[in-house]
Write a protein that binds this ligand. Sequence first.
Ligand code: FO1
Length: 319
Amino acid sequence: MSVRRYLALTGGVGGAKLGLGLAQRLGPGELAFLVNTGDDFEHLGLHVSPDLDTLMYTLSGLSNPETGWGRAGESWQFIESFTALGGEGWFNLGDRDLAIHVRRTQRLREGASLSVVTRELNAALGVTHPIFPMSDAPVPTRVLTADGPLMFQHYFVRERCAPAVTGFEFHGAAAARLVPAAADWLADPALAGIVLCPSNPYVSVDPVLAVPGVRAALAATRAPVVAVSPIVAGLAIKGPTAKMMAELGVPNTAVAVAAHYRELLDGFIVDDSDAHLAAEIEALGIATIAAPTVMVTLADRTRLADIAIRFIQDLESSR
Ligand code: FO1
């Protein structure tokens, strides 16, 4: 049996949870990640890449289990001292986390690409699964609101997702290029499946899909593309997905998420509590199964990963 390879698209805390489950089941030669960098921003002179770091910390076992972002067992000496000097304190930078941002910024200034720096940082933390930023060039997400555009972290953290959203822009996406290693993984004949992790469709998955060539690659591959709904029984497990859908006039249902990805998907996984929606999603031409998608324990993550992998294999054999 030749190696079967999988690619998981992810961003944010929810996606990283399934990422960990997949990484428990598939080795570094079988599973790679394509990660959103739309949340990246320059802060205090540092290049911060939250979704790359959330996945890195999650796969290395270092992540803060309460928040899902940053590191466990963190201390806050720097940010406390910095705010005491009158510096901005709305974005909590832990002392250990700070080392990642300083090192990434230093290596980028030395001319290393974001994908090379990502590989170095992951190797330093013992993460062996390939993690590809969606682009080496910045593609900052702008959140459009009734009161004007906001940089993503200003919307998400500083304003606590309060402003009503009217849309999103992925600035510079047209000029972005999929990193070559990710393009190779997508074009690999051994590619057996693609998983859209249960991340926010608008600000975690869409930025990745906005990079030229990604949508075309997903459409062209014979590997089944399967998404896991981030909406469970009308609610987002984490973050502003349901709130954004309401503000965009989109029903906050798993059906609406499936419709959002529509032509990209071969399969869709809804939570057991939304099993009654399967027929409606199947009517969109998307094979649908129900499963326990709420991930609290590691076992929850690996069980959902097993279900996603088996679903992909079933879709391929039913072709
Ligand atoms: N999220 C917050 O809600 N508050 C914070 O202070 C915060 C700090 C932070 C520092 C480093 C990092 O990598 C992520 C951080 N996040 C924080 C999370 C981040 O804003 C989100 O995880 C992503 O941008 C969206 O998933």
